[in-house]
Design a protein around this ligand. Structure first.
Ligand SMILES: Nc1nc2c(c(=O)[nH]1)N[C@H]1C(S)=C(S)[C@@H](COP(=O)(O)OP(=O)(O)OC[C@H]3O[C@@H](n4cnc5c(=O)[nH]c(N)nc54)[C@H](O)[C@@H]3O)O[C@H]1N2
Ligand SMILES: Nc1nc2c(c(=O)[nH]1)N[C@H]1C(S)=C(S)[C@@H](COP(=O)(O)OP(=O)(O)OC[C@H]3O[C@@H](n4cnc5c(=O)[nH]c(N)nc54)[C@H](O)[C@@H]3O)O[C@H]1N2
Ligand code: SF4
Ligand SMILES: [Mo]
Length: 894
């Protein structure tokens, strides 16, 4: 059993498994089996709100694509066979080649209890540091920056600080899309207190759209911008001298370096590609506003200089003493639901557990004592990029991947896929089939959200429970259970004899308090003896929670820091040249990141029609100037190549991109498109302190592919086409729509595409071929005469609109003679009231409906909301609605 499973109709109080905002969710199973979710009004992260992804959680719990049974070499096996094999192969590899010949690569999708036992097994019992996590690609620079400045990985602030601040600076954060509920909290507060919002991002994002000031700096120039701010604060007397003297070290050095490289506003402006007036405005605003919060995320962390970027920001908060107090502080927001929990248990290869590390041997001894660990690791293990290199060159011979999809999400992903092929023994625990599971020797089906119980910690250090409300799919098991079963089979039974997550949580809490005399701020000792019933009832709580009580929710506000001398450390940081510079061969800097309604490699959100409807295809956003230079038009197929690989994606020309830079979403895997994965292009270059790879800036070359034919396949089947230059797919009611295209001329596209219809008996097929052999339309009917599949191939620009085709596929009624004729002629029999591309995913409202409402007189976002509901739930589409209204106005004025 994975904790307590409520009766099917009861509403379970749980937490959203997506972003680090950590919203509370109430979920129940209706009588017809449908999963119904709503925001938990009592959860202090969201007070009842959910974003489009959270609101669609009920649509992701189906069994399509789920792994239900363990597999060995692609064959279904029993759990005993699979577990025995994994334990035996790990044991044999360790015996023969030593503990560093094996590794775990884990994830912020894991719950704290899963994470804790995985870390304990590798570092305490196998005796290697070789456990790293996808947080290496995500939070590692923030962790390293915090440790340099504060001595411990501490996020000082809480969400309420965003509501108490007068200035919120968001740098390298597209919170409107990536932390939507938190961003909406900020916007709601702004209405009341007039909070000023500054966004620092090379792209004009939805977040920038809502801001007061947007600084579109050149990629990678953040250190210079914040060094300039530090120099400005020093120059204008905005430094809190008392705080600096009493609570910090290193100020003079840091300011000295900052002054040397950012001596004037003009220097900064030139170096960052900004207007001097914009730099001045930001600096003066920051200097004058006591209650300032700086929120930062992947535009800061995912950089070859990420740790320096983090410290450049923290320096400015230390200089002004604005840290850990009401409405002020640096605020690194976490990405994944349990990125913070992973940091607590020490999931990174260079951390130990409970905020202890390998640097001090007394800490290693302490953890060994607590765990009664026979062979504790004494040094850091391989970080993600190095771990996959080692898997590729034979140093790591057995690798267990849990809850992450590195074949897609790692930089230089082509090399990572090759390494997975070459590695002797690869185990993957996942809930679905992915590009990574393709390489697994052993596949272990894990229980998914809704089926498993445990805890997570969000960006503001708030621990919440995830609770099961569904039975496990097939024979899937909770990750902690699988890990403990392996540990037992490897001979470590006593240390892993947990029979429920509560017991693991208690041990985790006890370790945080073990021999902790206040030196480690991560202390949740008050929970070390939490009874099972209290664990079940646990209400969301912010750490620290020491046994002695009496802790504040904000940390570091009293001028004492968890360093040996109790002082915070300024770090003198220099703006280095961008790690990889564009040149004539690769003239565009490629930025990668997130779309509004997709989660990572789309294993869950990619199956929900309304979440896929906003961005249905992998799309490269490119600035008008660059498009003109390369002769690219909207909708063209682009070939994008870096030193590491190439992809193909559709072109979208956008003035939101700075000239010289382009943006590709990170989401598309081989399950959803032919070859559109951003990871194949991204560089494996890492930050020297954190080991975090540069995922935001890689030089690329872009050119137009001469598309000779286009096709669309509508089908009920779940297919992965092969042999096409480009395809991508999108779920719709009743099936999938595949967009196909190619460069082959002379009707070759038809030949290629017709393979889809091979299985259909000729009497179930109606076909049309034009005389020139360039256009082909076919409908395959099921036994009832309903449309099962439709394939249309044409020269570019001649395919009919999709809405009508989708409605035919969804209907399941026998195809009428009129529809049959229409299909073969490629024209909808009646004009469809097309909704167009979905803008509001919460209420399924399309761009055409919004445009029509504008024409009827809805000239504001609020009026559109009243008319159509669009934008009134999570709010993350509001800036897009504003753009549509603006476009309509401009058109009307023409
Ligand atoms: N919809 C959605 N939300 C998510 C996720 C998701 O997959 N989908 N994933 C979650 C996870 S794990 C994470 S880590 C977070 C990430 O959340 P964010 O960090 O907010 O998202 P990203 O899109 O990765 O990147 C943020 C911004 O950094 C900017 N940027 C690029 N280079 C630079 C630079 O040199 N300097 C500055 N200042 N900015 C730069 C990019 O243009 C981008 O807009 O989102 C979480 N939330
Ligand atoms: N180019 C580029 N690459 C990036 C980024 C970027 O901005 N640009 N961002 C990076 C960042 S910040 C992140 S966080 C990573 C995310 O990258 P990944 O971690 O690879 O992405 P996910 O799709 O979230 O993969 C999670 C996997 O875990 C599975 N899963 C879900 N729940 C469970 C569970 O309970 N147990 C188990 N065992 N499996 C489960 C899912 O099915 C899925 O296959 O990507 C990184 N890669
Ligand atoms: S903001 Fe959205 S994705 Fe993030 S936790 Fe809340 S509901 Fe989930
Ligand atoms: Mo992340």
């Amino acid at each position: 059993m994975t904790g307590v499973v409520e009766a099917p109709s009861a509403e379970a109080r749980t937490t959203c498994p997506y972003c680090g905002v950590g919203c509370g969710v109430l979920a129940r199973v209706a009588a017809d089996g449908e999963v119904i979710v709503r925001g938990d009004p009592e959860h202090p992260a969201n007070f009842g709100r959910l974003c489009s992804k959270g609101a669609a959680l009920g649509e992701t719990t189906g069994l399509e694509g789920r792994l239900l049974v363990p597999e060995i070499g692609g064959r279904e096996k029993s759990w005993d066979e699979a577990l025995d094999l994994v334990a035996r192969r790990f044991r044999e590899t360790i015996d023969r080649h030593g503990p560093d010949s094996v590794a775990f690569y884990v994830s912020g999708q894991l719950l704290t209890e899963d994470y804790y036992v995985a870390n304990k097994l590798m570092k305490g019992f196998i005796g290697s540091g070789n456990i790293d996590t996808n947080s290496r690609l995500c939070m590692a620079s923030s962790v390293a920056g915090h440790r340099r400045a504060f001595g411990e990985d501490i996020v000082p602030g809480i969400y309420a600080d965003l509501e108490e601040a007068d200035l919120v600076v968001l740098t390298g954060s597209n919170a409107a899309w990536c932390h939507p509920v938190l961003y909406q909290r900020l916007l709601a507060t702004r209405q009341k207190r007039g909070t000023r919002i500054v966004v620092i991002d090379p792209r004009r994002t939805a977040t920038a759209d809502e801001s007061d000031h947007h600084l579109a700096l050149d990629p990678g120039t953040d250190v210079l911008l914040f060094n300039g701010l530090l120099a400005h604060l020093a120059r204008t007397g905005a430094v809190d001298d008392d705080f600096v003297a009493a609570a910090t070290t290193g100020f003079a050095d840091a300011v000295g370096v900052a002054r040397a490289e950012a001596s004037s506003l003009a220097d900064v402006a030139a170096g960052c590609g900004l207007a001097e007036a914009d730099v001045r405005l930001f600096y003066e605003l920051f200097a004058a506003t006591e209650r300032s919060v700086t929120v930062y995320s992947q535009g800061v962390n995912q950089s070859a200089h990420g740790t320096d970027k983090v410290n450049a920001i923290i320096n400015c908060h230390l200089a002004t003493g604005r840290i850990g107090r009401l409405g002020m502080g640096p605020f690194s927001v976490t990405g994944q639901p349990n990125a913070m929990g992973g940091r607590e248990v020490g999931g990174l290869a260079n951390q130990l557990a409970a905020h202890m590390g390998f640097e001090q041997s007394d800490e290693v001894d302490r953890v060994a004592r607590f765990w009664k660990a026979p062979a504790i690791a004494r040094q850091a293990g391989l970080k993600a990029v190095d771990m996959f290199r080692a898997a590729g060159d034979g140093r790591v011979k057995a690798l267990w991947i849990m809850g992450t999809n590195p074949a897609v999400s790692m930089p230089d992903a082509g090399r990572v896929r090759a390494a997975l092929k070459d590695c002797e023994f690869v185990v993957v625990s996942d809930v679905t089939r992915t590009d990574t599971t393709l390489h697994a020797d052993v596949l272990l089906p894990a229980a998914a959200w809704g089926e498993k119980s445990g805890s997570v910690t969000n960006s503001e250090r708030r621990m919440s429970r995830q609770r099961a409300f569904l039975p496990s799919a097939g024979s899937a098991r909770a990750d902690w259970r699988i890990i403990c079963d392996i540990a037992q089979r490897m001979g470590f039974g006593d240390a892993f004899a947990f029979d429920e997550p509560a017991a693991i949580f208690r041990e985790h809490a006890a370790l945080s308090a073990f021999e902790n005399d206040g030196k480690r701020l991560f202390d949740i000792g008050a929970l070390a003896s939490l009874a099972d019933a209290a664990y079940e009832q646990f209400v969301p709580s912010i750490w620290p929670l020491p046994k002695s009580g009496g802790q504040h929710r904000r940390l570091l506000g009293e001028g004492r820091f968890p360093t040996p001398d109790g002082r915070a450390r300024f770090v003198a940081v220099r703006q280095e040249g961008v790690a990889l510079a564009v040149d004539v061969h690769r003239p565009v800097a490629l930025n990668t990141g997130r779309s509004r309604d997709q989660w990572h490699t789309m294993t869950r959100t990619g199956r929900v029609p309304r979440l896929m409807a906003n961005t249905a295809e992998p799309t490269l956003e490119i600035a008008p100037q660059d498009a003109a230079r390369e002769g690219l038009a909207d909708g063209d197929l682009a070939h994008v190549s870096s030193r590491y690989g190439f992809v193909r994606a559709k072109v979208s020309i956008s003035a939101n991109q700075k000239s010289g830079s382009a943006f590709l979403p990170m989401h598309w895997s081989g399950q959803f498109a032919a070859n559109a994965g951003a990871g194949s292009l991204a560089s494996p270059l890492t930050d020297a302190f954190s080991g975090q790879p540069e995922l935001k800036n890689v030089p690329v070359r872009i050119f137009r592919e001469a598309v000779a034919w286009t096709g669309v396949l509508m089908t009920r089947r779940d297919l992965r086409p092969t042999g096409f230059v480009h395809w991508s797919r999108c779920p719709v009611e009743g099936g999938w729509v595949y967009e196909l295209c190619g460069t082959e001329t002379g009707g070759q596209g038809i030949l290629l595409s017709r393979q889809f219809l091979d299985g259909f008996p000729p009497n179930h097929l109606v076909e049309y071929n034009d005389r020139r052999g360039l256009t082909y339309r076919a409908a395959a009917l099921d036994a009832d005469g309903a449309l099962a599949e439709a394939l249309l191939v044409s020269p570019p620009g001649q395919l009919p609109p999709r809405d009508w085709l989708v409605s035919l596929l969804g209907s399941r009624a026998p195809l009428s003679p009129g529809d049959r004729m229409a299909l073969l002629s490629g024209h909808s029999p009646v004009p469809m009231p097309a909704t167009g591309r979905i803008v509001c995913a919460c209420f399924d409202v399309g761009i055409n409906q919004i445009a029509a409402s504008v024409a009827r007189g809805s000239h504001s976002v609020a009026l559109i909301g009243q008319d159509l509901g669009a934008g009134t739930n999570c709010g993350s589409c509001r800036s897009e609605i504003r753009d549509i209204i603006e476009d309509a106005r401009l058109k009307a004025a023409e």
